[in-house]
Design a protein around this ligand. Structure first.
Ligand SMILES: [Zn+2]
Ligand SMILES: [Zn+2]
Length: 328
């Protein structure tokens, strides 16, 4: 099979030919039809995340068809359309796993980071961490739901069900999905982008944001909650300043530049700062059931698998509107 691999962080992905991976007892083999490009992939490739298996096939927004079954797999048939997300393995026995917080597992395995992922024609994955995808949407349109959608959804839940005025900082793949869910839940969206990014601001308005503007601009209202998707630490004090008393700032990314110091009085008033890490399988079940009801339409830009480096560069440069998806 063809695959794009990372041999060393800081270097471009390399196109290689690998043997088809064989499924273990609990695994399914999946013929990949689409794999989304997530900012986390960029952090792995750039070396911001320091524990990759090397070489690694990146990619954790995988859609494909089951092409072989391990001996112990239950619940999947050959030909089923499945999604494979970031959470690829948990220990099942640590205190987090036992308390419904498997996203915080002490011994996790993540797809496209410690487990070979979706920048390839085929992959294998533990069937217990895969999800059947029943939808009329195309494979490419579904791919971004597997991480941008799931992490975005978890971030939205952490923002609180009573957060009506919601700020979103960074309007890329995750934000464009979250905005649709938030609108469906009758929340007001205030979208902040890099100063002067008119295309992203228009994109936010097209998706129902009541206001969109530059991130260095004060918010026109007091927010109940804010979600930061951009990996920019200076947005955290900016978001805190926009928040009402008791409001929450959710950091939705896996990596962020350093957060500058800020005066205590912008946190005072029981404002909360928190991060969101990974996903639980229950998040996936909940979100994949909700998405068709909204319904979530993803805007995707397709790249051939061999152009994975160009897709990553487009994401790095902020040149995408919506999500990049690799097509093997
Ligand atoms: Zn665990
Ligand atoms: Zn991701």
């Amino acid at each position: 099979m063809k695959a794009m691999i990372l041999e060393q962080p800081g270097s471009p992905l390399k196109a290689v030919e690998l043997p088809d991976p064989e499924p273990g007892a609990q695994q399914i083999q999946v013929s990949i039809t689409a794999c989304g490009v997530c900012r986390t992939d960029l952090h792995v490739v750039d070396g911001d995340l320091t524990e990759p298996k090397l070489p690694i096939v990146p990619g954790h927004e995988i859609v494909g068809r089951v092409s072989a079954l391990g001996a112990s797999v239950e619940g999947f048939e050959i030909g089923d359309r499945v999604g494979i997300p970031w959470l690829g393995h948990t220990c099942g026995c640590c205190s987090y796993c036992r308390s419904g917080a498997e996203n915080l597992c002490d011994e996790p395995g993540f797809t496209g980071y410690q487990i070979d992922g979706g920048y390839a024609e085929k992959t294998v994955a533990d069937a217990r961490f895969c999800f059947a995808l029943q939808s009329e949407r195309s494979d490419a349109e579904l791919a971004p739901l597997l991480c941008a959608g799931l992490i975005g959804y978890r971030s939205l839940v952490m923002a609180g069900s009573d957060a009506r005025r919601l700020g979103i900082y960074g309007f890329g793949a995750a934000a464009h999905i979250v905005a649709q869910v938030a609108r469906y839940q009758q929340r007001e969206i205030y979208a902040f982008t890099s100063p002067g990014d008119d295309a992203a601001q228009q994109f936010a308005r097209d998706l129902g944001a009541v206001w969109a503007g530059d991130s260095d601009h004060p918010c026109p209202v007091e927010l109940d909650a804010a979600i930061i998707f951009a990996p920019v630490g200076s947005l955290l004090p900016a978001a805190l300043r926009a928040l009402r008393k008791g409001g929450v700032v959710v950091c939705g990314g896996i990596h962020m530049s350093d957060i500058p110091s800020f005066p205590y009085n912008i946190l005072w008033g029981e404002r909360v700062v928190r991060s969101v890490a990974n996903l639980t399988r229950q998040d996936a079940i909940d979100f994949l059931a909700l998405a068709p009801k909204v319904p979530v339409h993803t805007r995707v830009e397709e790249f051939p698998l061999a152009q994975a480096n160009q897709a990553l560069q487009a994401l790095r440069n902020g040149q995408l509107t919506g999500a990049a998806v690799l097509i093997p």
